[in-house]
Design a binder for this molecule. Structure first.
Ligand code: ADP
Ligand code: MG
Length: 246
């Protein structure tokens, strides 16, 4: 598959659209007494450059939805298109390739590797795919660290910096491969209000400077209101989807 297709170049079906879901549902443990319908009839489009908040009560299916969007799990119904490409019938290798090239992830717990330096952690996604980083890779990693305000911390170990700083390293790491879509699942769940605001400012910064779409789960209505759009999930269904006033 040519790289331009994965990145939604001019050849892709709709270069302005990062993601499209049509009638997506998720059933856990199908055919067993534990069967649970967690998502139902999700129809959703995410455009390039959109910063979107996903809100909803605990247990409403937000993480399940993010796992589907991130190609970490597969829908039980419907179809999910990433960069115009249907993903339902991809083999594992192509799926992984598409995930690595098009998507970045930030989780509530940053999952930095304690044995590696901050700079090495940022480089990690690239080293997994390609091995030794080039000079240009190092330059990008350093500039991402500078962007998240940690220019002087590349040689530190994750344990030597604060929780908020660790989450900023995780954001730099998620952007290392220049994803078209950044998915963040309660990335500020553990942070104080001011630090959480800073993390959202970073999402906005990268959304503008890289043009990457961002979908971020948050419980904080104020943070959600600062996004371009808010989608609310209740009991596995989208109950509202609205543009926020700028
Ligand atoms: P949220 O992120 O909004 O809190 P989740 O997507 O984590 O919600 O969970 C939605 C529902 O799906 C919950 O009722 C949860 O118990 C259930 N659930 C999540 N993961 C699984 C799983 N792997 N197997 C069965 N049920 C699950
Ligand atoms: Mg969750």
């Amino acid at each position: 598959m040519p790289d331009s297709t994965l990145r939604g170049g001019p050849e892709s079906a709709d270069s302005q659209q990062v993601l499209r879901l049509e009638g997506v549902g998720k059933l856990y443990n199908p055919g067993t007494p534990l069967q649970t319908q967690v998502l139902q009839d999700i129809n959703l489009r995410l455009g390039r450059g959109e910063l979107t908040a996903l809100i909803g009560p605990s247990g409403s299916g937000k993480s399940t939805l993010l796992n589907l969007l991130g190609l970490l799990d597969t829908p039980s119904a419907g179809e999910l298109y990433l960069l115009g490409q249907p993903t339902g019938n991809l083999d594992d290798r192509t799926r992984t390739q598409l995930r690595n090239q098009a998507l970045g992830f930030v989780f509530q717990f940053h999952h930095l590797i304690a044995a590696f330096s901050v700079l090495e952690n940022v480089l990690m996604p690239l080293m997994i795919g390609r091995g030794k980083p080039t000079a240009a890779d190092l330059e990008l990693a350093r500039s991402l660290l500078a962007d998240v305000g940690l220019g002087g911390f590349g040689d530190h170990k994750p344990t030597q910096i604060s929780g908020g700083q660790q989450q900023r390293v995780a954001i730099a790491r998620a952007l290392m491969l220049r994803p078209a879509l950044l998915l963040a699942d309660e990335p500020t769940g553990n942070l104080d209000t001011r630090t959480a605001e800073k993390v959202f400012e970073l999402f906005r910064h990268f959304n503008r400077s890289f043009g990457c779409a961002v979908l971020v789960v948050t419980h904080d209505p104020r943070l959600a209101a600062g996004c371009d759009r808010s989608i609310e999930l209740v009991d596995g269904r989208i109950v509202s989807d609205q543009a926020n006033k700028g």
